[in-house]
Design a protein. Structure first.
Ligand SMILES: [Fe+2]
Length: 434
């Protein structure tokens, strides 16, 4: 107990020590500029940019809550996500370094003053100091080159792109060292988060956006800032609401899908399990992260088309007649029709659900595709679906043991299932992972 307590104190002081070091560097930079008499707070651009920095950062909150959920309730990550990057790079280009360095301080004093007086005060200090230092160096870099080579369109394009890269790299370095100080280790999840999907691409989009405002600024002056930034703000808002709308649609579909399962005690919870198994198979197969995320959704939603199947067929205890079976076989198509309503599902989740009853040997439905004609994600769903059905109780039999399930899966390799996937699931079963 004592040891654990000591450890937690030590951990805290380690990251605090690191933060105070960064904060000291930040204060020294400000002091140097102040000492040289460079800090002129009567600069109107500074205040306009600070205002927009505050606006953009408050907008980022919704995105942050998503990240926080993903990482549990850990507040550490809160400082990492910033849509104010455009403002920061822009202020580095427009303002002298002596003012660019102050912008995060003024912005966050307004936005996050509460954190400064909480036990997590070092989030605030790190946030401000790291952003200040990065902006300061980027600003010095940009001014050095603008002074030397002028700010023609070509020069601006080159320097602002390079400036955004420098900003990105410095930010990466500081963030990773902070997280290292916090966790005392670097996990794959952290690295994925910091340099993961889209982050690198974002740097280029930041560069382009900053360039647009900067060039406008050189032509029409201060007015360019509210003019263009309001446009970005609008784009950001519409992105935010379209994401929200999309998520609401998916939540609705999930609820619908679960309510169909709930009608029958034997299938309750089936979608979740298919989803879990499909993700494990997909990961072992080496599908990209984006596919895995979609596969997770497809697993939950794979039988959503059963909403269109009458209850007397869906819940029938005995064997289905030929006609009833024909109706039952409609559910993948109905599922496709429902799921393609979500734009990004049309060529992914909806297609995979459409084909989740195809068979490797071509004798499945609805299109009788065979082998690799069937999308790999659909082949994975088939396997996960059947495997979970085998190890669950059914009205006509009790759950099979894993050994019995293995036997059936082996028999169906190359008939119902893709042999390559059979190998993967057999290993997963033996390792006790499914
Ligand atoms: Fe199905």
């Amino acid at each position: 107990m004592q040891l654990a307590k000591f450890k937690s104190i030590f951990k805290r002081s380690f990251v605090e020590f690191y933060t105070l070091m960064i904060w000291t560097i930040y204060m020294v930079l400000i002091f140097i500029e102040w000492n040289k008499g460079n800090i002129d707070l009567k600069n109107a651009s500074f205040w306009v940019l600070t205002l927009f920095f505050i606006l953009f950062e408050s907008m980022a909150v919704s995105f942050q809550s998503f990240i926080l959920r993903k990482f549990g309730e850990d507040k550490t990550t809160e400082m990492l996500v910033s849509t104010g990057v455009i403002i920061s790079v822009l202020s580095a280009a427009i303002l002298p370094p002596s003012l660019a360095v102050l912008l995060p301080l003024f912005g966050y004093l307004f936005l996050r003053i509460k954190i400064l007086f909480s036990k997590n005060y070092y989030y605030f200090l790190f946030n401000v100091a790291s952003l200040g230092i990065i902006t300061y160096f980027t600003s010095n870099f940009l001014h050095l080159f603008f002074n030397k080579f002028g700010n023609s369109l070509l020069a601006s394009t080159i320097f602002i792109t390079a400036g955004s890269m420098i900003y990105f790299l410095l930010n990466l370095g500081l963030t990773i060292t902070f997280l290292f100080a916090f966790y005392e280790k670097i996990s794959k999840e952290i690295v994925d988060f910091v340099i993961g999907e889209g982050r690198f691409f974002n740097t280029f989009s930041t560069a382009v956006n900053t360039l647009i405002v900067y060039v406008l600024y050189t032509y029409i002056g201060l007015f360019a800032i509210p003019l263009s930034l309001f446009t970005f703000l609008t784009i950001q808002l519409s992105n935010y609401y379209s994401t929200k709308y999309r998520n609401a649609k998916i939540e609705l579909l999930t609820a619908l899908s679960k309510s169909i399962e709930e009608k029958d005690p034997y299938t309750a919870g089936h979608g979740e399990k298919v989803s879990e198994f499909a993700v494990k198979i997909g990961e072992k197969f080496g599908l990209p992260k984006k596919d895995i995320d979609l596969l997770k959704t497809a697993g939950v939603l794979h039988d959503i088309g059963k909403i269109g199947i009458p209850d007397f067929i869906l819940l029938k205890k005995g064997k289905l007649t030929d006609d009833e079976y024909l109706i039952m076989k409609e559910h993948p198509k109905k599922g496709y029709e429902i799921l393609k309503q979500v734009n990004e599902f049309e060529d992914t989740v909806a297609k995979w659900v459409l084909h989740h009853h195809e068979r490797w040997d071509g004798s499945g439905y609805p299109e009788g595709l065979s082998g690799e004609e069937i999308p790999i994600q659909a082949r994975i769903l088939t396997l996960a679906d059947v495997y979970h059905a085998l190890i669950s109780d059914r009205p006509y039999r009790s759950a099979l043991s894993k050994e019995e399930a293995i036997k059936i899966i082996q028999e169906e390799s190359g008939k119902l299932f893709d042999p390559q996937l059979v190998e993967i699931i057999l290993n997963l079963i033996r390792e006790g992972k499914v």
